[in-house]
Unconditional design. Structure first.
Length: 404
C-alpha cells in the first residue's frame, strides 16, 4: 500500500495508556501517520483492503523511560564503567547511539537523561539525534549538579569552591531540557535505611529551582531519605528521583504539590543479585527493594503520580530491557497492568511535556505503538521481544538502523 493511504489494524487487545482496563478486538485506522479512528469491541464487517491482522496480539502506546544515563552501558564490569565515565565524545557517540537503538527496539520512544560526567548525552542530543534518523525524543539534563566532596561525580559536576548552586547555575547557560540536582547520597549497603545529609543548603536549592523555572526548565532532584526528599519537594522540584526511605509525609506532600515520583527500583534489584558483594550487602539491597515496593503501595493508595524510570546505565541495569522489569516491579507493588503501563506512557509523557505527541492510543495521536504477541497476560514477558514497533504508521526496522 502507498504510505499515505489509510490502513487498518485489527488487534486482539489494547492497553491504551490512560489506566483504563484493556479493550478487546480493536480496529485502529491509521492515516498520514496518525490514528484517525479507533473502535473497540469491533464486530462490523472487516475492511477487505489495507488490513493488518493482529488478532493474536496486544497493542500498547510507545513507552517513555523517565530516568536513564545514555553514556553508561549498565554492564557490571567496574573497569568498563570507569572508562565510560571518562571517554571522549567520539567514542561516546556510538555508545549513546547503541543505547538509543536498544530503547527503540523495545518501543521506548522518549527518554529523559539524568546526567553524565562529561555532558556527552546533551551534546549527542544537540548535534546528532536528528541527523542519525533516530525517531525518539531525548531530553537531557547535561551534567548534573552535586555538592563538592559529595556523591555525584560520575553524573556531573559541583559548583566552584565557596560558590552557591544558584550562582553556579547563573554562570552556566547550557541548552538543557531540565535541571538535575543531586541532593542526597545513595543507599547504603552496609546499614539498612541509613540516611545521608542533604547536599545543598535548603535556601540555595530553592533559589536554584526557581532560577531554572524562570528559564522555563523543570527540575529533577535525586533524593533519598526524609529530609533531602522533604526539601526537594518544598523547593518546588517537578520530579523526585529514587525517593528511597522518604516516608509517608513526603508521599502525601508530593500529592499536594503535584510532584511526580520516579522510583527507579531496578538498580537495587541488580545489587540484590550481584555476586561480587557480600551476602549481607545483598540482603540489605533486597530489604531496600522491599521497602521501596512498600512505599509504592502507599503511593498508589494516596494517589501519587508515578512515572516509570529505570536508571538504565547504572550498575547492572541495561538500556531498553530494564523497562519490562520496572513494570513488573510496579505490578509487584500492587499496580494493575494498566496503571503500570500508564506510568510508562501517559505519566512519562506528561513529565516530559509531550502530552500532545505521546502517551495514549486515541484518535489524533501519532500512530506510534508497540505490538506484542499474545494477550495482556503475556505482555511483560513478550515486551522484550516485541512483534513490531510502529513509528508514525510505519514499522520501524532495527536492522536498517544499525550502522555497519
Ligand atoms: Zn540515575
Amino acid at each position: 500500500m502507498h504510505r499515505d493511504e489509510a490502513f487498518h489494524l485489527l488487534v486482539g487487545w489494547m492497553v491504551d495508556g490512560t489506566g483504563a482496563p484493556y479493550s478487546r478486538r480493536v480496529l485502529l485506522t491509521v492515516s498520514h501517520g496518525m490514528i484517525s479512528a479507533l473502535e473497540t469491541d469491533f464486530t462490523g464487517s472487516l475492511p477487505t483492503q489495507h488490513l493488518v491482522d493482529l488478532r493474536q496480539c496486544t497493542v500498547i502506546p510507545a513507552l517513555v523511560d523517565c530516568h536513564v544515563h545514555l553514556s553508561l552501558s549498565g554492564k557490571r564490569d567496574p573497569d568498563l564503567r570507569q572508562r565510560q565515565v571518562a571517554m571522549a565524545f567520539e567514542r561516546a557517540r556510538s555508545v549513546i547511539r547503541g543505547h538509543l537503538v536498544d530503547h527503540l527496539a523495545r518501543g521506548i520512544m522518549a527518554v529523559r537523561d539524568a546526567g553524565d560526567h562529561c555532558g556527552h548525552s546533551l551534546r549527542f542530543r544537540r548535534e546528532l539525534v536528528a541527523t542519525e534518523s533516530l525517531p525518539l525524543v531525548v531530553h537531557c539534563a547535561g551534567r548534573a549538579w552535586h555538592a563538592r566532596g559529595r556523591y555525584g561525580k560520575v553524573l556531573g559536576r559541583a559548583p566552584a569552591a565557596g560558590e552557591s548552586l544558584v550562582d553556579a547555575l547563573r554562570r552556566s547557560d547550557e541548552d538543557v531540557d531540565q535541571l538535575k540536582v543531586i541532593h542526597s547520597g545513595i543507599n547504603s549497603l552496609n546499614e539498612f535505611g541509613q540516611a545521608t545529609a542533604p547536599q545543598f543548603a535548603f535556601e540555595d536549592l530553592r533559589n536554584a529551582v526557581s532560577l531554572a523555572r524562570d528559564r522555563g526548565l523543570p527540575t529533577m532532584v535525586h533524593a533519598n531519605g526524609e529530609q533531602p526528599v522533604g526539601e526537594a519537594i518544598a523547593a518546588g522540584c517537578r520530579s523526585l528521583e529514587h525517593g528511597y526511605f522518604m516516608g509517608l509525609a513526603n508521599l502525601q506532600a508530593m500529592v499536594e504539590n503535584g510532584v511526580t515520583w520516579v522510583p527507579t527500583v531496578n538498580p537495587m534489584v541488580a545489587l540484590a543479585g550481584e555476586a561480587s558483594i557480600s551476602p549481607r550487602q545483598r540482603e540489605i539491597a533486597a530489604r531496600t527493594v522491599d521497602h521501596q515496593l512498600e512505599q509504592l503501595r502507599q503511593a498508589r493508595i494516596l494517589g501519587v503520580t508515578v512515572a516509570l524510570g529505570t536508571d538504565s546505565g547504572s550498575f547492572g541495569v541495561l538500556h531498553g530491557r530494564a523497562v519490562a522489569e520496572e513494570l513488573r516491579l510496579l505490578i509487584e507493588a500492587g499496580f494493575s497492568l494498566e496503571s503500570a503501563i500508564q506510568s510508562a506512557t501517559t505519566h512519562g509523557a506528561r513529565l516530559l511535556g509531550l502530552t500532545e505527541a505521546m502517551g495514549c492510543l486515541a484518535p489524533g495521536f501519532p500512530a506510534s505503538f508497540i505490538v506484542v504477541r499474545g494477550s495482556p497476560a503475556e505482555l511483560l514477558e513478550q515486551l522484550t521481544t516485541p512483534h513490531s514497533i510502529w513509528v508514525r504508521g510505519e514499522v520501524w526496522n532495527q536492522v536498517k538502523q544499525e550502522k555497519p
